[in-house]
Ligand binder design. Sequence first.
Ligand SMILES: NC(=O)c1ccc[n+]([C@@H]2O[C@H](COP(=O)([O-])OP(=O)(O)OC[C@H]3O[C@@H](n4cnc5c(N)ncnc54)[C@H](OP(=O)(O)O)[C@@H]3O)[C@@H](O)[C@H]2O)c1
Length: 265
Amino acid sequence: MLPDEHFCQLQKHPEERFHRDRHTLEVGYRHIDTAEMYGNEREVGQAISRSGLDRSDVFVTSKLANDAHEPDDARRAFDESLKALGVDYLDLFLIHWPLPTRYDGDYVSTWKTLEEFYRDGRARSIGVSNFQPRHLRRLHTESDIPPAVDQIEVNPYLTQDELRGFCAEHQIAIEAWSPLGQGNVLDDPTIEAIARRVGKTAAQVVLRWHIERGDIVFPKSVSPERIKENIEIFDFELAGEDVEAISALNRNERTGADPDKFDGR
Ligand SMILES: NC(=O)c1ccc[n+]([C@@H]2O[C@H](COP(=O)([O-])OP(=O)(O)OC[C@H]3O[C@@H](n4cnc5c(N)ncnc54)[C@H](OP(=O)(O)O)[C@@H]3O)[C@@H](O)[C@H]2O)c1
């Protein structure tokens, strides 16, 4: 399965997805992470516009398609994302994958195109996804605006300490994608034991672990009960030793593609 492919499959049920997005806003989520690749920008936009919320109350992120890294294609793709979402600005726009083996490895020109969207105000902030320290270093030396965030795969089995350290040093916020390891970490005995002790579910403990480490999270669920469960994480804290015990579960195990090899196809 390609990275993110399961989101593309959701496209088969746009009506169901629209109601789920609306429920998500009703229970209090205000940060929506979408992408051209997920094929759901239209339903996300509809859910926002019919929610009764002000546009300014919702933080909307989308991402550049892997086939649109050439500057003119990126400009077109950005316009299309705005149109599909029915908004005149994005809070955050990301390069979805660095694709170092494609486009002559020139993600810098793509980044400079995102800088245009930032300068003209249609992207309130710009960032990257799946960038490794060497990719970030190039942006640092060859471009003007540093990425506001790097959205990377992080979960208790993939703690990404080196990359998180680099980002902390360069004031790049971390967004943790697949924060629950796509559900794979939830039956870990260490996590289950902490969950029992603090009276929360394993998913809530893992999401709280991300928050304690300072990362931004957006778990995904198709279940209304789990969507509600996953936001009920602001009424408890984890002790330092519990955060450390979960971090010690690291196995450097990815569920998604290797950003250095993935060519987006
Ligand atoms: N930038 C990138 O390259 C990239 C790549 C992948 C994902 N993402 C972003 O990250 C978001 C989340 O990633 P993800 O869906 O891969 O992984 P995830 O949020 O870690 O896990 C989702 C899985 O966990 C299950 N789940 C959710 N809440 C649960 C709970 N409370 N108890 C038990 N199981 C639960 C879901 O099942 P049910 O649906 O059946 O509840 C689903 O199978 C995506 O929506 C996307 O926005 C970005």
